[in-house]
Design a protein around this ligand. Structure first.
Ligand code: HEM
Ligand code: HEM
Length: 173
């Protein structure tokens, strides 16, 4: 079924979840630029898509957030005692998924480089902009925060699957 039910996520939510998990994993390869300033195979091939995939993720994150709001009355129910913490955790993931590409765009615009995604110029090159550079400096800390959130998220999913055995993972598979 395309829409969510209280027993599990529907095709739309599952597709968003797993396609975006793959793309976010791809974006994390940017951390490898810290090794030899990206002068290696990963840096020269996969990471060269960073800006295009980042812009795509911005569109997907906003659309997915709208979808989550639209489906909120019919999604799988959480343990009531944990409901607030689960929603807060997922909310933080959504917030960083939206702020990361926005601050990435600020980095590029602030440096005067403009933004081109998949060969299409979205923002032209121009002068350096100080305030945009300042906002852009939040990009790296946000990337580390998202990495920590995702590690915690995966640990919880595996905990529910293999320790609690409560079928939480099944509803996203
Ligand atoms: C969800 C989307 C995105 C994720 C998960 C992401 C993730 C990352 C990560 C992990 C780094 C390495 C940070 C570090 O080593 O400390 C990085 C750096 C960078 N990202 Fe993104 N990014 C995203 C979107 C974007 C977008 C849309 C742009 C530009 C339009 C962008 C531009 C950059 C730039 C220029 C750097 C290098 C920053 C520097 O060396 O100071 N990113 N990003
Ligand atoms: C970058 C990687 C990931 C991100 C950004 C992410 C994000 C999210 C978000 C925002 C939700 C809330 C439901 C929604 O709105 O779609 C969710 C649910 C879920 N995720 Fe992930 N996820 C990632 C990777 C993973 C991985 C690798 C696993 C499995 C090991 C996983 C397992 C789950 C499960 C089981 C749920 C349902 C939780 C529930 O119903 O309470 N996720 N994920």
């Amino acid at each position: 079924m395309a829409t969510d039910t209280q027993d599990g996520y529907g095709l739309v939510s599952k597709t968003f979840h797993w396609v975006m998990a793959l793309l976010v994993g791809w974006q994390f390869l940017k951390f490898f630029d810290r090794i030899d300033e990206g002068e290696h195979w990963v840096g020269q091939t996969l990471v060269s898509w960073h800006i295009s995939i980042g812009v795509l993720l911005l569109v997907m994150a906003v659309t997915r957030f709208g979808w989550a709001l639209n489906q909120r009355g019919q999604r799988p129910l959480n343990d009531p005692a944990m409901d607030f913490y689960i929603k807060a955790g997922h909310g933080l993931i959504y917030a960083t998924l939206i702020l990361l590409p926005l601050t990435g765009i600020m980095l590029m615009v602030g440096a005067g480089f403009g933004v081109t995604a998949f060969g299409v110029e979205l923002i032209a090159k121009g002068e350096k902009i100080g305030w945009a550079q300042s906002l852009g400096s939040l990009h790296s800390p946000l990337a580390w925060i998202l990495a920590a959130l995702v590690i915690g998220h995966i640990a919880m999913a595996l905990f529910h699957q293999f320790v609690r055995r409560d079928g939480t993972l099944d509803r996203m598979l």
